[in-house]
Design a protein around this ligand. Structure first.
Ligand SMILES: CC(C)(COP(=O)(O)OP(=O)(O)OC[C@H]1O[C@@H](n2cnc3c(N)ncnc32)[C@H](O)[C@@H]1OP(=O)(O)O)[C@@H](O)C(=O)NCCC(=O)NCCS
Length: 166
């Protein structure tokens, strides 16, 4: 398995992997593939990595800029992240996450935020910070990972691409 940046020729496969990964997830609106496209079109897909096995895309992760009420810069939102259902639980998601976070640090990123299952993301160091707020989901599902000691404060907004529905 190799992890590498997306190429134009991966776009269709990224869509397929994303649709397949979220297909049976009750919490999903099944718009994740549209979100990735909207971020890409807006030039907001800061990092887009694929996991490839024998020339086939089996996983994908996206990072895009977020804005924070206290004007802290260089924070990024993680997601969507997808691994093909029949390839899950082999460490592919973890590899995508770890490589994505390390690339973000290389871009002078100051931290990363996401909405997701704390049971999965805790192992990468993500946790709740009471002063850092995302509206619309129970607080335990909004997680952050500061890369420095500075933890921003206030409401976090993801890129408007996350509103894409088609
Ligand atoms: C979440 C996802 C990307 C993880 O990819 P993966 O390649 O299966 O992850 P890894 O193999 O690196 O890690 C698997 C570990 O995470 C656990 N895990 C996976 N998804 C989990 C979840 N939603 N909640 C809790 N634990 C989870 C597995 O049980 C496994 O634990 P173990 O290492 O103790 O056995 C993949 O399951 C997926 O595409 N899911 C559907 C889409 C999705 O939920 N995306 C995230 C939305 S926030």
């Amino acid at each position: 398995m190799i992890i590498r940046k997306e190429r134009v020729t991966d776009i269709e496969e990224i869509t397929q992997v994303t649709v397949a990964a979220f297909k049976d997830l009750p919490i999903s609106n099944h718009t994740e593939q549209f979100i990735i496209q909207a971020l890409r079109s807006a030039g907001a897909l800061t990092i887009s990595l694929v996991a490839e096995i024998e020339g086939k895309v089996v996983g994908h992760i996206a990072f895009s800029p977020v804005s924070i009420a206290d004007c802290t810069e260089a924070w990024y939102g993680l997601g969507p992240i997808s691994v093909l259902p029949n390839q899950q639980k082999q460490g592919i998601g973890s590899s995508l996450l770890n490589q994505g976070l390390s690339l973000l640090k290389g871009l002078d990123g100051q931290g990363c935020a996401l909405v997701g299952d704390p049971n999965y993301y805790r192992r990468f160091g993500f946790r709740n910070y009471p002063g850092l707020i995302y509206e619309g989901v129970p607080p335990e599902f909004f997680l952050a990972l500061p890369f420095t000691e500075k933890v921003p404060q206030g409401i976090v907004l993801f890129h408007k691409g996350f509103l894409a529905e088609s």
